[in-house]
Structures are given as structure tokens and as C-alpha cells.
Design a protein around this ligand. Structure first.
Ligand code: SF4
Length: 277
């Protein structure tokens, strides 16, 4: 296994990271500590409707692509959204019902656009690969094969339509492409964000240089979070290594009840505030 060489020339320990873990660290070290290190884990605020909606759409599409090809129809997609539906975090029954209808429409239109020929190589696939000083891993929403190459696809259901720049700048997609290449042994480079509410696809064709750039940024964050985590595990509490990063994101933070700085930074967002309009 490839690794970082220590002073004695002995390979150092690779840091195992998911894109979610790296993003959590970059957004706020204190939140990272509460999410991954504090035990027992501090209590979290309740469910958010946008997260519930995203999970429903992901689960419905996973179930859809597990069906035999002949059964993959828009009508079946509508049924699957209904079967996967949850109302956690919505304001009331009316709002949940409205969004269930929207989700059914989004997914039906999406699979209609894909057409009957869409046959992914993998759905909700865990990929993992050592690269540089890290082991990059995570669950990819979908992996397609097009013109002989593997394409990493990520579903989005948030308020903002995905752009090509979003796909280019997504460290998660780049790390998935790197890990997919090694896990499934195929060429990768193209990454896509599929925004179901708008039907917009943000896409980027990475070359080796742009993938390397994302990996280097991931290595930097991974080294920081590992150094901080080591102080925590050494038993001094490591509080100074996990400073709060107050900002607009505190409105949404599930640990804000435990964070005076975050409470000062932004008022709490309603559980349904992140829903696509
Ligand atoms: S409320 Fe803000 S500063 Fe506090 S842990 Fe959450 S994100 Fe960090």
C-alpha cells in the first residue's frame, strides 16, 4: 500500500476519510469533534425536511435501478417515492403532501429523460482507494459507463440548480472519481451533479492534474483533522484543537444547542427552511 514516508523511511499511517468527514472538518472543527469524537455524542436537533426529502429521492432511485430494466417506468418511480416517503422535519401534513407530490414529479420526469437505455454499473456503491497520504472512500449515488469510461453521478434536491463549476469544484466528486477508478478498475474523469427539481446537470471532465489538485486539498484537510484528533485521543481533551467557526452555517448546525458562539452567530433556521422552492 502506498503511504506517506516518515522520517525513518517507514510508511506513515494513511488517514481514512470520506468527503463528508473532510467537509465537516473544513466547515467547523468544533462540529467535527461533536460529530466524530465526543462520546457519548451530544444530542442533535431534530430532522430537517430538506434532508428527509433528499434521502427519499435517493432511496427511491436506488430501488428504481434495482428493478429489472423492463419494470423501470416513470409510473413505477412515482410508486417508489410514495413507498419511501417520510415526513420528518416538514412543517405540517399539507407541506409534506405538497413535497411528496413534487418529489414524485421530479423523479418521474428524471427517469423519463434518462430513457429505458440507462443501465448504471453501480448504485449507492461504496468505493475506497489509497491515494497519496489518505484512503479516500464513500458511497457514490450512481456510476454509469459511457463510451467505455466510468461516470460518477451525484443527485441533488436542494434549492440551487447545479452548475458545471459546482461539478468542477466538488471535492467529493473528484475523490469519488479517484476511488471509483481503483475500486471498479476503469477510467474515470467525468463527474456530474443531477439536480432533480430543475432537471439541470452540472458536469465536468477532470484530467489527472485537476484530480490531483483535489487530492492535495483533501490531504491537507486530512492531515489537520488527524493531528487534532490525535490530541483528543491523547487524553488532554484537545479542546483548543477544535475551535468553533461561527458563521451563517450555524443556523443549520445540529449541535448549536451546545455551542454559545454558534447561537450568537445566526438565528436558528426552521427545519423546513432548506426546501427547494
Ligand atoms: S453552531 Fe456553528 S460554531 Fe458551533 S459547532 Fe455548529 S457550526 Fe460550529
Amino acid at each position: 500500500m502506498q503511504g506517506q514516508l516518515g522520517l525513518e523511511g517507514i510508511p506513515g499511517k494513511l488517514v481514512r476519510v470520506t468527503p463528508a468527514k473532510l467537509a465537516n472538518w473544513d466547515s467547523c472543527p468544533r462540529k467535527f469533534r461533536m460529530t466524530y469524537l465526543d462520546r457519548p455524542t451530544p444530542s442533535r436537533s431534530g430532522a430537517r425536511a430538506n434532508a428527509t426529502l433528499g434521502a427519499v429521492v435517493h432511496n427511491a432511485l436506488k430501488a428504481f435501478f434495482e428493478l429489472p430494466t423492463a419494470q423501470r417506468t416513470p409510473e413505477k418511480a412515482v410508486l417508489l417515492v410514495r413507498q419511501c416517503w417520510k415526513s420528518d422535519g416538514f412543517a405540517d401534513f399539507e407541506q409534506a403532501d405538497e413535497y411528496r407530490g413534487r418529489a414524485q414529479r421530479w423523479v418521474a420526469e428524471y427517469v423519463e429523460r434518462l430513457g429505458p437505455g440507462a443501465d448504471p454499473v453501480a448504485v449507492e456503491r461504496w468505493v475506497s482507494a489509497p491515494v497519496g497520504t489518505i484512503i479516500a472512500e464513500g458511497r457514490v449515488d450512481r456510476i454509469d459507463r459511457r463510451d467505455g469510461a466510468l461516470v460518477v453521478v451525484d443527485y441533488k434536491t436542494g434549492r440551487r440548480a447545479a452548475t458545471d463549476e459546482d461539478a468542477r469544484d466538488s471535492r467529493a466528486l473528484a475523490l469519488y472519481a479517484v476511488a471509483t477508478r481503483k475500486t471498479l478498475r476503469g477510467e474515470t474523469g467525468r463527474v456530474e451533479l443531477h439536480h432533480l427539481p430543475s432537471g439541470r446537470v452540472g458536469a465536468w471532465d477532470h484530467d489527472q492534474a485537476s484530480l490531483d489538485e483535489h487530492v492535495r486539498a483533501a490531504e491537507r484537510s486530512a492531515a489537520e483533522l488527524q493531528a487534532a484528533s490525535d490530541t483528543f485521543e491523547e487524553g488532554d481533551g484537545g479542546r483548543a484543537a477544535f475551535p468553533p467557526k461561527p458563521g451563517a452555517q450555524c443556523a443549520w448546525c445540529e449541535f448549536r444547542a451546545h455551542c454559545p458562539e454558534g447561537q450568537q452567530a445566526a438565528p436558528p433556521a426552521a427545519p423546513w427552511a432548506g426546501l427547494a422552492g
